[in-house]
Design a protein around this ligand. Structure first.
Ligand code: GLY
Length: 388
C-alpha cells in the first residue's frame, strides 16, 4: 500500500534516528569493502589499463570506466577520503595512483563533467596535500571547463550528444561542476572563473525551477537569443516529473554556491529544494527516494541511494548556513541511518562497493537498483561533513 507521510510524521521519525551513526565502525567496514574493490579493479586493469575506475556492479559484472567517463573521479576521491579518515598511508598511495590516471582529462573540452571528474579527485587530493602539481591540474581543468561557457546563454553547455534534439542543453547536474570554477578563482586570483560560475547559477535559477521548487532535468537554449527552447528530462520519468538525483544535485549545488558567494538567493533556493524533497508525499519513510518522485509504479519503483547520499552531504553543509540548520541535520542523519542500516552491502559482497540500491539511468534501462561509485563517494563525504 502506498505510504503517505505528513511533514510532522517525517520530523518525528527523523529525530529518533539521529544518534545511531557510528562513524568509526562504518569507516572500518568501508575500508574492508574498498580493499576488495581495489583488488577486483586491479585484476581487470591488468588486461585493460585504459580503464581507470570501478563504476558499478551490474548483471554480475564489475564495470570499469575510462577517464573520459563522468564518474571516473569518484573512486580516487573515495581513496582520498579514506586517507583523510584513517591517515593510513596505503590509502594515500592508492589515491595518488588513481588520481594520476585521470590527468589527461584536464584537456577534455567535450564535456561539462570536469568538476565531477577532477574536483572530486584532484580537488580532494589538493585539499589534503597542497601538492602544487594538483593545483596546476585543477587550474588547467577549470580553463577547459570555462571554454564551454556561452555568454549569450549565460551558462556552460552540458552535453554535445543529441545535437538533433537540443541546441544548447544545460542539465541541473551541471551545478556540481561550478565548485571547480570557484576553486580556480581562489587558486589564481582570476575572477573570470567565479563570474562564469555565478552566471551559470543565475541562469539555472531562472529557468530550471518550477513553482513547486522541483527542477527540470534539461533546459535547451537558443544560442543566438539566449531564449529557452525546451524544458525536458533525459534520465527522469517525464519532462514534468521530479527526477530524484536532479533534486539532490540542485540542493548540493546551491548550498555550495552560497558558501562561495554568500548570495542569500542561493541559500533560499537550497532551502526551497529541501522543502520540496522532505514534504513530498512520495518520499518513503526511510527518506531514501524512489528514482523519480513521480515514477508511475511507486511504491514498487526502484530507489536511488545515490540521490539520498548526495542529499545528505548537501544537507550537512546547508545545516551550517541556515536558520533551519537543526532540522536539516536531522534530515541528513535520518538518510544516513537508513543508508547505513538498509542500503549497505554485506562485507565481501558486491565486489566491494559500499552502498547498494542506486539507480543511474532507468529510462535507458541502465544501472537499475545497483551499487554505483558516486553513491559511495557522497556517502563518505557526508560522513566526513557530519563529523565536522
Ligand atoms: N549526470 C549525472 C547523473 O547521472 O546524475
Amino acid at each position: 500500500m502506498k505510504k503517505i507521510l505528513t511533514v510532522a510524521s517525517v520530523v518525528l521519525t527523523f529525530s529518533a534516528a539521529a544518534q545511531k551513526i557510528n562513524t568509526k565502525q562504518i569507516i572500518r567496514e568501508a575500508e574492508q569493502q574498498t580493499l576488495l574493490l581495489l583488488k577486483e579493479t586491479e585484476a581487470i586493469r591488468v588486461a585493460k589499463p585504459n580503464l581507470v575506475a570501478p563504476r558499478t556492479y551490474e548483471h554480475g559484472e564489475l564495470k570499469l570506466v575510462p577517464s573520459r567517463d563522468w564518474t571516473s573521479g569518484f573512486f580516487a576521491g573515495e581513496l582520498w577520503m579514506l586517507y583523510a579518515f584513517t591517515k593510513n598511508k596505503i590509502w594515500q598511495q592508492q589515491a595518488e595512483k588513481y588520481t594520476a590516471l585521470l590527468e589527461q582529462e584536464k584537456w577534455n573540452a567535450g564535456t561539462h563533467d570536469m568538476g565531477f571528474k577532477m574536483y572530486c579527485s584532484y580537488g580532494t587530493g589538493y585539499a589534503l596535500t597542497k601538492d602544487t602539481a594538483y593545483k596546476n591540474v585543477l587550474i588547467r581543468s577549470a580553463k577547459t571547463l570555462a571554454s564551454r561557457f556561452h555568454p549569450k546563454v549565460g551558462a556552460i553547455r552540458s552535453w554535445d550528444h543529441h545535437k538533433e534534439v537540443w541546441q544548447f542543453p544545460v542539465i541541473i547536474d551541471n551545478m556540481m561542476n561550478l565548485e571547480l570554477l570557484f576553486a580556480a578563482t581562489r587558486l589564481t586570483g582570476d575572477s573570470s572563473f567565479y563570474n562564469i560560475a555565478v552566471s551559470h547559477a543565475n541562469t539555472t535559477l531562472k529557468n530550471h525551477f518550477r513553482s513547486d521548487n522541483s527542477s527540470f532535468h534539461v533546459i535547451d537554449y537558443d544560442t543566438l537569443t539566449g531564449a529557452v527552447l525546451q524544458k525536458n528530462t533525459h534520465q527522469g520519468h517525464a519532462h514534468t516529473s521530479a527526477w530524484a538525483r536532479g533534486q539532490a544535485w540542485g540542493l548540493y549545488g546551491y548550498t555550495m554556491c552560497y558558501r562561495e558567494t554568500k548570495d542569500p538567493t542561493y541559500l533560499q533556493q537550497a532551502e526551497k529544494i529541501a522543502a520540496f524533497f522532505f514534504s513530498h508525499p512520495n518520499l518513503p519513510e526511510d527518506a531514501v527516494p524512489y528514482w523519480d518522485f513521480n515514477a508511475p509504479d511507486i511504491p514498487n519503483a526502484p530507489r536511488d541511494a545515490s540521490a539520498a547520499a548526495v542529499m545528505a552531504s548537501g544537507l550537512y553543509e546547508l545545516s551550517g548556513y541556515s536558520k533551519n540548520g537543526k532540522q536539516y541535520r536531522k534530515y541528513a542523519d535520518k538518510i544516513m541511518s537508513s543508508l547505513m542500516k538498509y542500503y549497505r552491502s554485506p562485507i565481501g559482497e558486491n565486489k566491494g562497493f559500499i552502498l547498494v540500491h542506486s539507480t543511474g539511468n532507468l529510462p535507458s534501462n541502465g544501472e537499475i537498483d545497483v551499487p554505483i561509485n558516486y553513491a559511495d563517494y557522497y556517502f563518505l563525504e557526508a560522513l566526513g561533513r557530519r563529523e565536522k
